[in-house]
Design a protein around this ligand. Structure first.
Ligand code: PLP
Length: 294
């Protein structure tokens, strides 16, 4: 496969950036994870908008317009003739001097990688995941805002490592007050007495695009859905729990901190919403041009 690197397509082995790139030196940059289903890029516009909002917030100059960036994504898929892929779009501050000041970085680096990816092994989508809560807290909104999809993912990485050490696939981050925020790379939803609940993003969560789609689906399907703060306890006593994300898609959770959730099986509401979600992934897309493969 070929990687888009600053306007050129280069083989994977030659897709390298400088050790003086501030993305490498300081995690100074932003990214998006996007998905292509059956030759349609799902929610491309929403991902591009979020990328440019992240850029604006960290004062990062974008070398391409939003439209050009969207085209670059489609073009990368076309060049690789990929109809089903996970797309990683990265914009870093670029090459500069050692030293934090980004004014020495004259041009941002743009990278687009298209890969095959499944975040969790297939059996977990059928059986559901066990998760834990971990000591690492979500960073607070007045520090590096969790709504910025920045290249500083160390908190999330620690969470993933803490999950692995507990022998599970994923973990939940709480904020300083003990409210549940999200997983290491996915948003959380509870089902309780026929209602859907997800934490408000101001508690410390990325405004997930999959999350927004699920909220919309609830509206369309007449399922009550609320954004409301909740604690670990509420997770333990929920009827159903599921996680959402571009990489994770929708995945049921059947155990949290050793507490069996509901019946210990993926629930009916989760199943209905997952089915609806799968239905729209192929419809809500921007078509990749000149795709000759199935
Ligand atoms: N939360 C975090 C921290 C993430 O990195 C992601 C990944 O994109 C998500 C949630 C899910 O967001 P989305 O549905 O937009 O992929």
């Amino acid at each position: 496969t070929m990687v888009y690197l600053d306007g050129a397509f280069v083989p994977k082995s030659e897709a390298v950036v400088s050790v003086f790139d501030h993305g490498f030196l300081y995690g100074d940059g932003i990214f998006e994870g996007i998905r292509c289903y059956g030759g349609n890029v799902f929610c491309l516009h929403e991902h591009i908008v979020r990328l440019y909002e992240s850029a604006k917030s960290i004062l990062l100059d974008m070398p391409l317009s939003m439209e050009e960036m969207g085209h670059a994504v489609l073009e990368t898929l076309r060049v690789n003739q990929m109809s089903d892929a996970y797309i990683r779009l990265i914009v870093s501050r670029g090459v500069g001097n050692l030293g934090l000041d980004p004014r020495s970085c004259l041009k941002s680096t743009v990278i687009i990688i298209t890969e095959q990816l499944s975040l969790f092994p297939a059996e977990f989508y059928e059986q559901g995941l066990a998760i834990v809560t971990v000591p690492t807290r979500r960073n607070i909104p007045d520090a590096l805002n969790p709504k910025i999809k920045s290249l500083n993912y160390l908190n999330n990485i620690l969470v993933k490592m803490e999950a692995a050490r507990a022998g599970v696939q994923e973990a939940l981050m709480l904020n300083q007050d003990g409210y549940v925020c999200e997983g290491s790379g996915d948003n959380i939803f509870l089902v309780k007495n026929g209602k859907i609940i997800t934490p408000p993003t101001y508690l410390g969560a990325l405004e997930g695009i999959t999350r927004n789609i699920v909220i919309e689906l609830c509206e369309e399907m007449g399922i009550p859905c609320e954004e409301k703060p909740f604690t670990r306890h509420d997770v333990y006593v929920a009827d159903e729990v599921f996680l959402t994300g571009t990489a994770a898609e929708m995945i049921p959770v059947i155990d949290c901190d050793g507490r069996v959730i509901g019946t210990g099986q993926p629930g009916e509401m989760t199943r209905r919403l997952t089915e609806a979600f799968r239905g729209i992934t192929h419809r809500r897309g921007t078509k990749v041009p000149e795709l000759y493969i199935e």
